[in-house]
Design a protein around this ligand. Sequence first.
Ligand code: SAM
Ligand code: SF4
Length: 464
Amino acid sequence: MIVNDGEISEILKSAEAKTPAEIRAILKKARGLKGINAQESAALLCTRDKTLLNEIFETAKFIKTQIYGNRLVLFAPLYISNICFNECVYCAFRASNKELERKALNQEEIKAEILQLLRQGHKRVLMVAGESYSGEGLKYIFDSIKTIYSVQGGKNNIRRVNVNIAPLTVEEFKELAKYNIGTFQLFQETYHKPTYEKLHIAGKKKDYDFRLNGMHRAFEAGFKDVGIGALLGLYDYKYEVLAMLQHIKSLEETFGVGPHTISVPRVEPACGSSFSENPPYAVADEDFKKIIAVLRISVPYTGIILSTRESAAMRSAALELGISQLSGGSRIDPGGYEGKEAVGTKKEFKAAQFSLGDHRTLAQVIEDIVAHGYIPSFCTGCYRLGRVGKDFMDLAKPGLIKIHCLPNAMFTFAEYLYDFAGGPLKAKGFALINKMMADLPPATQQQAAAKLEEIKNGRRDIYF
Ligand code: SAM
Ligand code: SF4
């Protein structure tokens, strides 16, 4: 059993009664970077006192800095198709929605989209599609991945393709694994089975268990990095977080490693979905921050992704709470990067999955990140050197990520600054890189300085 309802109810019942001293003892334990147990996570989730909440936020930030340093990985979603056979009540892509303009990009159109992303400076793409591809139809998905990797834009190309598509059978996963993808991402939406069955009315996605077992099948098929998530707003967030922790535990017990990433999407208004305008368990901003912080504290070594569903202000606030990956300059309608219409217009909404909260360009997102003292990273080094799955976690655990990932972040950011940034950002960016150099161990410092010189001289795609 992956999700144990009875256990979640029991844990939540006892969690409410914790005293401030008990909460502080949990936070002290968390600073040891070994994670906390489900009872302790529940106690933090039930905390409402403002002072204690601030202490939770500070602990999350401490953990994030210890493990990840001040780097943030950037990516862009690429929606290749909004055609879907399912009926998820919250999603604009659902089959019965007549208001949506349908489109599946052909390979030439995908190339054009990737060229646009490369022109912005992106190196990592999350490929997304509605569920209308299975069996022979999966060829479209495979061809699209090949196309994305094949595009060369000047000196640049996409170096990692992650994928968010419907769950596959073990045999299909084995096929997908041949296309060199990074993370396979799949959100359970809600872990609460009765709610799941109410909100997924028709199509293959109706099958709760097939989806819940999806990540186990992906690991079984040989995947090393998977990304989980819950769509917040469908059911009680405390239940969702505890169930997500049970999902992680089950993966760890079965395969020796948990997910590479967790996503925390909140339901956003979607064209033709009245449900999405007013979700029954809408998560308030303060609770949303608490969710991110509790996840960071509970599973310190797992990346947490925040998309452009969130506003610029929330994304800035979340940087301090443990987010490790952000999307930037996103369009969520197939063909959106090539589209002539401005972000946020009626046309975008008509073909898009939901409405965006952050309409800034990648350059603006990067300026904001740098202003907060974080270094934007486009690094794909670990994945390409085979440091994935358990190897990545073993590296992450003793804090060694800082020795590999911080220099790699600096290299990819330096590339960005030389190839894409305007004068003021360039100056601020290199000032940040120089400041960070001082924090590296002396041997790493020397190596990093030599690599940065090579990048200055025109070499690209350097990593440790
Ligand atoms: N169709 C596949 C599936 O459902 O797994 C993969 C892609 S689907 C486009 C990606 C995710 O978008 C879903 O898993 C869901 O969590 C999220 N999503 C759908 N409707 C949304 C909405 N109105 N607001 C925010 N996120 C939404
Ligand atoms: Fe289709 Fe995925 Fe949207 Fe559901 S969430 S309607 S499966 S695209």
